[in-house]
Design a protein around this ligand. Structure first.
Ligand code: OOG
Ligand code: MG
Length: 260
């Protein structure tokens, strides 16, 4: 593991890139021995700093959970990240691209939990512990040059998370087949990507099974009330100022917003 003083220094660097919307070189270029655990240590420190600023943790995200995303990013293991209240934007809002480097959008199924989950759980236990599922779009924005990274570096950048918008129609996961939810992403009225929810680990709740296991390995639980994003179903779509986005989810309504 990297020394705690190096973790602090790397956290400074990531936070600066995020706050100033500027790029940085991959952390592993300078610290080739940096591990996945070091990446999560930077994330822990980011969370401490955000909370110290008055922000609030509202949930967690899984990423790189679909083949399309793994192929697009050249990484074959899911990653987990933290969702803070300050990342959330309302439906139909205007997202300011001046605060972002090279944003992309992803359509995801989000889960809102009614019960705590911990340790080794099954898909059935995840569904039983879910209050509702809701359509969501994540705006990712890697702080690495050219959106290129390795797993340890992207974890330290909190899985590229920047903004998220939830909307459409909340649904009871016990009333749906969670593997066959069709999703279409439109940019300026044109279809850019489409897919079905089984693209995420054959079942989006599997992302939460893996997240809960990851938390358990760190002595943590998934608290009741958590909002959890399960990962992009299709590849991510690049956006710029002026673009309007609508993600349509079968039997769940749609989520729309725009970039200025
Ligand atoms: C990493 C984050 C991936 C997802 O939904 O797959 C992610 C990245 O692609 O920058 O959030
Ligand atoms: Mg995502």
């Amino acid at each position: 593991m990297l020394d705690t003083s190096i973790i602090q220094k790397l956290t400074d660097r990531v936070l600066h890139a995020q706050d100033s919307a500027t790029t940085m070189t991959k952390l592993t270029d300078e610290y080739p021995s940096m591990s996945i655990a070091d990446g999560y240590a930077v994330q822990d420190e980011l969370r401490r700093r955000w909370i110290a600023r008055g922000d609030r943790c509202v949930g967690l995200k899984a990423g790189l959970t679909s083949k399309a995303k793994m192929l697009q990013m050249g990484v074959d293991v899911p990653s987990f990240g933290i969702l803070m209240a300050s990342f959330a934007r309302p439906e139909n809002s205007a997202i300011d691209t001046r605060e972002l480097v090279h944003p992309r959008v992803e359509a995801e199924i989000a889960f809102v939990m009614k019960d705590e989950l911990k340790g080794e759980v099954s898909i059935e236990q995840v569904i039983a512990a879910t209050d509702y599922i809701i359509p969501a779009v994540e705006v990712i924005d890697s702080r690495y040059e050219k959106f290129k990274f390795d797993l340890a570096s992207v974890i330290a950048d909190n899985g590229s998370s920047a903004r998220f918008v939830a909307g459409g129609r909340p649904r009871d996961p016990r009333e749906m087949d969670l593997r066959t939810i069709g999703v279409v992403i439109e940019k300026n009225g044109e279809i850019m990507a489409l897919g079905a929810s089984a693209a995420v680990l054959n079942h989006p709740a599997k992302a939460i099974v893996m997240l809960v296991k990851h938390l358990a390995e760190r002595g943590e639980v998934l608290p009741a009330g958590s909002y959890v994003m399960t990962g992009g179903i299709t590849e991510a779509i690049p956006v710029t100022a002026g673009d309007s986005i609508t993600a349509r989810f079968q039997d769940m309504g749609s989520v729309s917003f725009r970039f200025i």
